[in-house]
Design a protein around this ligand. Structure first.
Ligand code: ACO
Length: 370
């Protein structure tokens, strides 16, 4: 038995949800480029869950459910008020999602029907939890979700209490489409491992959130923004990046385990970042990002991944950087839950082996002889 570090190249599941072939990402066989241009996030979530695009009435029903279930139990909001106001926002989300299970009598029902409904409920509740914490930690009261609006609209509204503008809603919607699923990425794998023990959906999503939090995965988008802020102005970009590369430090938002010739999602986010910069009349972040890309790709051959331009996009939308990874979680929730349903449809516990390389034939030494 020999191990493959990081399971590189190991095929660990069969799936019909999303695929990456020759650098092309598709959800249920539909190229992500087409979905990014034409689909809403709700349509995308439906596609991931049910395997096909919704009809008008199916979409209306889902949109209605996402509004109807968006409120979270008062007890969870009250608990959030007790969290430190400088807590890591992904840790808050992980804790709050785990707490939701305590107030759901169906939490341990793992039938497909119940899990599908809980997937929709969790999809509806995640934006509410994140917006609520963002306000609580700023000393403000959470805002109740609206009815009859889209999920990105509701999220932006619950953050600020103001009607979001159309451009912001469309930009966030597109970003959510782009992040919704990604084959057997680390957090999805976590969700599948957890659920394969026949544990409950809340446990699966809590595992996934904890995995997404790391800077080598979803946490990279916040780390990118920290880097862009540290660089500050375009003239400082070159020295900053050169110094990092000389010290063999990682540049956040670059590289990918599967894509070696570029992440197909990055170009959409770059375009969005450029367009939002023009609209806002401030291209500082975009210009720094382009310069960083030029330097890192030029010297290391590494291309930007989905996290790189999403940092400037979210900042241009006025969203604080600690909410970037939680927004990724809002989007990936549909992918995680689609994978949970798929795993349970044909389940076998996921239990690989380890290549033991430690000492052998050791004896127990009594404590006073050590
Ligand atoms: N900056 C500098 N060097 C890098 C970077 C980077 N961002 N990414 C990879 N490298 C280097 C590695 O250190 C390695 O160098 P070495 O051979 O001298 O040791 C070489 O490139 C090859 O690395 P890979 O084997 O391709 O990397 P791996 O598949 O193990 O990791 C990962 C992929 C985690 C995405 C990595 O590229 C990385 O850490 N990137 C920065 C963090 C990031 O942006 N994560 C988000 C990924 S997308 C997502 O999860 C949503």
């Amino acid at each position: 038995m020999t191990a493959t570090k990081g399971l590189e190249g190991i095929v660990a599941a069969t799936s019909s949800i999303s695929s990456i072939h020759d650098g092309v990402l598709a959800y249920r066989g539909i190229n992500i480029d087409e979905l990014a241009e034409r689909a809403s996030y709700e349509e995308t979530a439906y596609l991931l869950w049910y395997g096909k695009l919704p009809t008008k009435s199916q979409l209306l029903k889902l949109q209605q459910q996402l509004c109807d279930y968006a409120a979270v139990p008062e007890a969870v909001l009250e608990q959030m008020k007790l969290y430190p106001n400088n807590a890591n926002t992904m840790a808050v989300l992980r804790t709050a999602v785990s707490a939701l299970a305590l107030y759901d009598e169906t939490a341990n029902d793992i039938s497909r029907e119940s899990n599908q409904l809980k997937a929709i409920k969790l999809q509806a509740q995640l934006p509410t939890l994140i917006a609520a914490y963002a306000r609580i930690r700023d000393g403000k009261e959470p805002i109740a979700p609206l009815k009859n609006v889209s999920l990105p609209y509701n999220f932006l509204y619950m953050l600020s209490g103001e009607k979001p503008d159309e451009v912001a809603v469309r930009a966030l919607d597109q970003a959510l489409v782009l992040h919704a699923d990604h084959e057997l990425n680390a957090s999805t794998f976590s969700a599948r491992v957890t659920i394969a023990t026949l544990s409950d959906i809340y446990s699966g999503i809590t595992s996934a959130i904890g995995t997404l939090k790391g800077p080598l995965h979803g946490g990279a988008n916040e780390a990118v923004m920290n880097m862009l802020s540290e660089i500050g102005t375009l003239d400082k970009a070159e020295a900053y990046i050169q110094n990092k590369l000389n010290n063999r430090e990682k540049i956040m938002g670059f590289g990918h385990r599967v894509y070696k010739n570029g992440d197909p999602r990055a170009k959409h986010l770059q375009k969005m970042s450029r367009e939002l910069s023009v609209l806002k009349g401030d291209s500082t972040l975009y210009d720094i990002s382009v310069k960083v890309e030029e330097l890192v790709t030029g010297q290391k051959g590494l291309k930007p991944n989905v996290d790189f331009y999403s940092a400037s996009v979210y900042t241009l939308l006025g969203i604080p950087s600690d909410l970037f990874t939680p927004i990724f979680a809002i989007s990936r929730l549909s992918g995680w839950t689609a994978h949970i349903l798929e795993q349970l449809d044909d389940n076998r516990i996921i239990r690989p082996r380890a290549d033991y390389v430690g000492p052998t034939n050791q004896r127990y030494i009594p404590i006073d002889m050590r």
